[in-house]
Design a protein around this ligand. Structure first.
Ligand code: NAP
Length: 242
């Protein structure tokens, strides 16, 4: 069996990725999010709120269970939030903690425990962090999100360097999925123009049908970053595979 641990499986990219992975008979998916919207004989849902990092730390043994003769083990840190859209100076201070807990601290805890729990398993292991172009350039109104995705990129680069030095063969990616038609994009379009100067551009993406479909992004992620053994840069963008 190939075992996948995917966060944010209740909707959007994470749900599409889970459904795509389950199309192969030899996959088993552990999904992690607050809500469950999937039912499948090879899917097990774990209800977690990733903003509650104490509960996450106390329950890691329920996620990374012993696996029987795995052929491949994959961790996908996909769950993410944009947080409140607004300029620094006008935001509630707890917004920063909330966004970082879900986008950085949760993924870091999961990466740390994944690597220690399956250290002895000699099969291919992949850590795929879903990042964003927003981690590479500033977007006004998105400060916590941009900073959190930049942190996720560096977490991934450091982790890959360590795994290379250890000679484990573990592959780590921080992948920008492009602009995808999900609830996160709907949330962006609800922003006020004085909180986000590029609002119209994002409204146009939707109106002109320029958003990627979650299903096609999921297929590309699976094909190019999970099924193919070829080496790719740690910091990658799905746009390079269209
Ligand atoms: N859509 C885009 O254009 C785009 C662009 C660049 C990067 N991304 C990245 O892609 C990833 C997926 O985004 P998406 O567009 O698919 O978003 P989405 O449709 O809003 O889905 C987000 C997922 O994250 C989960 N999640 C949110 N808060 C959570 C929490 N507190 N605890 C546990 N799970 C939580 C949600 O599950 P529950 O609500 O059930 O908990 C949901 O399954 C994110 O990391 C995002 O930053 C998206």
């Amino acid at each position: 069996m190939e075992y996948y641990f995917i966060t944010g499986t209740s909707k959007g990219i994470g749900k599409a990725l889970t459904e795509a992975a389950l199309q192969k008979d030899n996959t088993y998916v552990y999904g992690i999010s607050r809500n469950c919207s999937l039912k499948h004989e090879r899917y097990h849902h774990l209800h977690f709120d990733l903003s509650d990092t104490t509960a996450l730390r106390n329950n890691l043994h329920k996620i990374f269970v012993p696996l029987k003769e795995p052929e491949k083990i994959v961790l996908v840190n996909n769950a993410g939030v944009l947080g409140e859209i607004g300029y620094i100076g006008s935001l509630p201070s707890d917004n920063f903690e909330f966004v970082f807990d879900i986008n950085v601290i949760g993924p870091a805890i999961l990466m740390n425990t994944f690597l220690s729990a399956y250290y002895d398993q000699k099969c291919p292991k992949i850590i795929l962090n879903i990042s964003s172009g927003a981690g590479k350039k500033p977007l006004d109104g998105w400060s916590a999100y941009c900073a959190s995705k930049a942190a996720l990129d560096m977490l991934s680069l450091t982790c890959q360097k360590e795994q290379d030095l250890l000679g484990t063969g573990v592959k780590v990616y921080s992948l920008a999925p492009g602009v995808v038609d999900t609830a996160m994009q709907a949330h962006i379009r609800e922003a006020e123009i004085d909180s986000f100067s590029e609002l119209q551009k994002f409204k146009d993406y939707k109106e002109k049908g320029e958003l990627y479909k979650p299903e096609e992004v999921a297929r590309k992620i699976l094909t190019h970053f999970i099924q193919e053994a070829a080496q790719k840069p740690v910091i990658s963008s799905i746009r390079d595979y269209y």
